[in-house]
Design a protein around this ligand. Structure first.
Ligand SMILES: [Zn+2]
Length: 131
């Protein structure tokens, strides 16, 4: 597969589109077919807010091989303004500067490079809002 095609598909996949259950109002992300709360199967599409607060995080010092150039880094859970929780890497800051409760923005970034094929994969990351 060509990198440009992966990028095109990723843009759709990572637009922060979530589903809101039309019966109970639960917002699910990533998008699912069945509501985990009430079992309903109809959702309306909602776009998630791009900001939230960091609830908790964990520092990765020994990284899997494709991420060793990024270690140490932090993986955190942020709660968005509508209550949805996301798991992602905390980017653009020293791990010692990360604090629970800090405001973060959700941005699309390069997640890893496949060094054999030169393919970049993209995903969302948390960026502290002071930048
Ligand atoms: Zn529901």
């Amino acid at each position: 597969m060509f990198p440009s095609r992966i990028w095109r598909e990723s843009k759709h996949r990572y637009r922060l589109e979530a589903g809101k259950c039309t019966k109970c109002g639960k917002v699910v992300f990533p998008y699912r077919l069945i509501c985990p709360v009430c079992g309903h199967r109809e959702f309306e599409k909602v776009i998630l807010p791009e900001t939230g607060k960091l609830l908790t995080y964990s520092i990765i010092r020994v990284a899997p091989s494709q991420f060793t150039d990024q270690a140490p880094y932090a993986i955190g859970i942020a709660e968005l303004e509508n209550g949805v929780r996301l798991l992602a890497q905390v980017a653009d800051c020293e791990v010692d500067d990360i604090k629970v409760g800090m405001d973060v923005r959700i941005e699309f970034r390069r997640v890893q490079t496949d060094s054999h094929h030169g393919v970049l994969s993209y995903g969302y990351k948390f960026v502290p809002k002071w930048y």
